[in-house]
Design a binder for this molecule. Sequence first.
Ligand SMILES: [Zn+2]
Length: 517
Amino acid sequence: MKREERLLVKYYRLSLEDEADGESNSIRNQRKLIEDYVEEREDLRELGSLELSDDGYTGTNFNRPGIKRFLDLLKKNQVACLVVKDFSRFTRDYIELGNYAEQIFPFMDVRFISVNDRYDSSFQSSHDGLEIPFKGILNDLYSKDISTKVKAAKRQMIKNGKLCSGSYPFGYRKREQGEINRDGIPYRIDEEAAKVVRLIFHLALQGKKNIEIARVLNEQGCLTPGMAKRKNGSFGYGLKEGERSVWDSTKVLNILRDERYAGTLIIGRYRGKGVGSGKVEEMPEHMWFRKEMGMPAIILREDFERVQSLRPRGKRGAYKKEHHILYRKVRCANCGHFLYYKPSEYGVQYHSFFCKQPHLRPDSKCFRGYIKEREILEALLSMIRVQVQLAETIKAESKRKGKGEERQQAKKRIERMEKEIERKKGLKAQCYSEYKHGELTKEEFLRKKENIQAEIQVCQQEIQIIRESMEVQEDEKELVERYGGYEDDIKLDRDMIERLVEVIWVYDVGRVKIELK
Ligand SMILES: [Zn+2]
């Protein structure tokens, strides 16, 4: 669609709550306000326009016929401008509002105007953009405890924003500041990594399997995504200085399936799971926004399509299986990677774990062979049993002694000691004054001072001892809280493992180290 055929969309929404407010939000009023606004501006007036409205719908989600129609047009790149009365007409979900105002509208080149918020994206610089969309909707929704919520939401939005503009696929790197950016694309090709991407597609076109491709890449010592991130100055990727990572079949597959290498820019693929959670989820494919030729291509579109047809694509999510009980808990003590899980067709007692590194690199120092899941679970169970017994003992003991009273007494003793120290410091000062007035000789003064000093030290040590024993009690309390509720007959389940186990390191078949939380 040509630019000039894109439409100006006037969107109105009335919810049931609004009706209680009287006329001010009525569709008629919204229409009048927006029409007056558009009429006064030549650049808006000359656009072809379309009215969309939702009457009797809440703004907390996008399940509204009018807005669905709008999103549809948006995806087809048929919207030039969206005008609403205020932000909450468009959405009351402020994270979603941020996503659209900050990412999707700029990406689709859509001008966004909220009349009552005095917001027009074409006059917004990229910096103040964040502040303004918030104002209206937050006043509306979160007049109470506004400060904490705004802060959390902002953090989340910044995070979301970074996911789009800051996370770039392997083969690309971020533009340096000051590098010319006429096309609005934040990436450039990273030649060293792009070579690896081309090699991967080349090998795939020859019919090589993912694991075979991974082996070739490792033999040639090719750059990996982790190493590229580090090279391009992205930290927090978990790869330490000098550490190398290796290719495996999953990494190869991810490259081969990534349409961006053929030049399609995609946004809206991930979104934050909600304020403060820090987690992201992948959106279903029909929610993604694509722009063909939106970024510099590394491989030919036809090569990409050929590779896809060579590898029939399983249904998205079809492979999503139940997590096994030790999911993301078992790591190789040598390389630190999570071990791969190998369920056995011969039954539960044969399910096992292995480290993939020796299969990828012959020189790997990681253990070879398979450790049985059952062995790990048995070791874990006996460790948990010890903790449970300990918790029982502590519980019984504190009942007998009356731990609560003991704590009070300890506190009182500390107070007494502190008073005593103060008194002794006073004595010390008094000695000095006596010496000054000639009532004590220098030797007498020094000896007295030293004695008092020693007494103060004893008191301080005493306090230290009491404090430490109070800390032990704290630890014990925590242990009781964590393990106190279990029966003698413990059955391990996923929740329990999630709650109690930090990590299980496997050194070799039959040698594990369990770190509890
Ligand atoms: Zn390993």
